[in-house]
Design a binder for this molecule. Structure first.
Ligand code: R5P
Length: 292
């Protein structure tokens, strides 16, 4: 029997306004449900932040130190990462399909370290990205570089393809050797990426005025780790970036090249998600390192 719609027997909670909560990520309120859901597999809704583990270096430089055996060196770190940034080759061959957090797929490539790096093309079909169930597509953008227009075009094409299916685009601002790594350049590069549709942007932390970079960028910014630093310096950098408006880190070498990588990624989590001071996170790192 179908249920009779008798108003007296139902409770419509007429005294309660309908819930309409803003999405937790900067600039993301107008995105579609699927895209927001995927972003929630990258950023933790509780903190609004992410610890991305970047292991995609092999796409242009082969077996990077610390990534010679991803199965041996990286799988133990996976449970502590909010998301993995990697190539489809490593994803298919090594990452267990039981992994349920977001995948950020390296979607540009072409030249190796032996050639002009900025000469990249889109390196993945959207169909394959969907097949791999990824949350975001990552693309290098070389503002001011020799192939600036081409790399921006790679990004805008990925934005269009990703938006069609609710997949985010991470624009990675690649700073050429000839560029000055300062806030002025980072403001320019990150803002261009956001204006042209990137869902979020990865850039380098700069000591002076980094808060103007995050302020001028209407979408979340995560910072790149960069070359290996002493562990306390890397934690300091992460702390300063978060305090100045970054929504997380996308860190590779400073985690997997650390003396104790599992302890290091947990220490980074403390800084990013709990706002721990670098010294406290470093103490934690040293304790875990000794225990391990
Ligand atoms: C950046 O351009 C590439 O995605 C790198 O392979 C990766 O992000 C670098 O990570 P890190 O500098 O922290 O080692």
């Amino acid at each position: 029997m179908p249920e009779a719609d008798v108003k007296e027997e139902k409770n419509f909670h007429l005294d309660k306004p309908a819930r309409s909560e803003p999405f937790f990520l900067k600039g993301s309120n107008s995105l579609d449900w699927g895209l927001k859901n995927r972003l929630s597999q990258i950023f933790r809704p509780e903190s609004g932040k992410t610890v991305m583990l970047a292991i995609d270096h092999g796409y242009f430089q082969g077996p990077t130190t610390g990534l010679e055996r991803v199965d041996v060196n990286i799988l133990p770190l996976v449970p502590y990462a909010d998301t993995l940034m990697l190539t489809r080759g490593i994803l298919r061959t090594i990452i267990p399909p039981t992994y349920t957090r977001g995948i950020v797929l390296r979607a540009s490539g072409g030249p190796s370290i032996l050639k002009e790096l900025s000469n990249e093309r889109i390196a993945v079909d959207i169909e394959d990205a969907i097949r791999l169930n990824v949350a975001a597509l990552a693309v290098q953008v070389f503002i001011g570089g020799e192939n600036e227009t081409q790399s921006v075009h790679n990004m805008t094409r990925l934005v269009d393809m990703g938006n069609r299916y609710g997949i985010a685009t991470l624009a990675v601002t690649a700073v050429g050797r000839e560029m000055v790594r300062d806030a002025k350049y980072m403001r320019l590069a990150t803002r261009i990426c956001a204006e042209l549709g990137a869902t979020y942007v990865k850039t380098y932390f700069v000591e002076d005025d980094f808060e103007t970079v995050t302020a001028a960028c209407p979408v979340p910014i995560v910072i790149a780790g960069g070359k290996k630093l002493p562990e306390l310096d890397a934690l300091n950098m992460a702390y300063n970036a978060i305090q100045q408006g970054a929504a997380g880190v996308d860190m590779g070498r400073n985690i997997f090249q650390a003396e104790a990588p599992v302890a290091m990624i947990q220490a980074v989590r403390k800084v990013v998600h709990e706002g721990a001071k670098p010294e406290a996170a470093y103490d934690y790192y040293m304790t875990e390192k000794k225990a391990g």
